[in-house]
Write a protein that binds this ligand. Structure first.
Ligand code: NI
Length: 179
């Protein structure tokens, strides 16, 4: 297990459409373990493989709800989502220091594979639904700032220019509470 470097906005890997995972093998399980370590180290609630520089369709999620197990999902996809939406503030471990209100479907059904290659289906609402949608966006190269108004995005990017870390490495304190 290892804590990996989190890629930041501006890194092209965050804008790639990540590749389908064809085989759920030990390499994938090791990557998922490292992603959990990286997410917990950064005090995040979700992480997608492109955020650690791997353009493959794998996410880890822990909404910190005692009734919901932490999950790694391979090739996750939203199969249905509600027409009713929720608005809530989001951050992202790849854009530390920036938070914006994002409107998303309030409920979503997610399907994919677990780390044994078995099909799983999650009926998510609230924070869990938001995390899944945010992380699945990541594997399609979409960031939460793409889901706010152009005006708000312009201001957010201007703020990011001022607060973004100057090195490739994320200062630990700047990453708290992201996805
Ligand atoms: Ni994110």
């Amino acid at each position: 297990m290892a804590v990996l470097e989190i890629r930041l906005l501006g890194d092209p890997v965050l804008r790639e459409r990540a590749a389908h995972v064809d085989a759920v093998d030990d390499e994938v399980r090791r990557l998922a373990g490292d992603m959990f370590d990286t997410m917990y180290e950064a005090d995040g609630v979700g992480l997608a493989a492109p955020q650690v520089g791997i353009a493959r369709r794998l996410i880890v999620v822990d909404s910190r709800d005692p009734d919901v197990e932490p999950m790694a999902v391979i090739n996750p996809r939203v199969v249905t989502s509600s027409s009713e939406t929720d608005r809530a503030e989001e951050g992202c471990l790849s854009i530390p220091g920036i938070r914006e209100v994002v409107e998303r479907p309030g409920r979503a059904v997610i399907e994919g594979l677990d780390l044994e290659g078995r099909p799983i289906r999650v009926e998510a609402k609230g924070l869990l639904a938001r995390i899944f949608q945010h992380e699945i966006d990541h594997i399609d190269g979409i960031l939460f700032i793409d889901r706010i108004s152009p005006l708000k995005r312009r201001f957010a990017l201007r703020r990011w220019d001022k607060v973004k870390p100057v090195t490739d490495h994320v200062p630990p304190d700047a990453t708290k509470g992201g996805l």
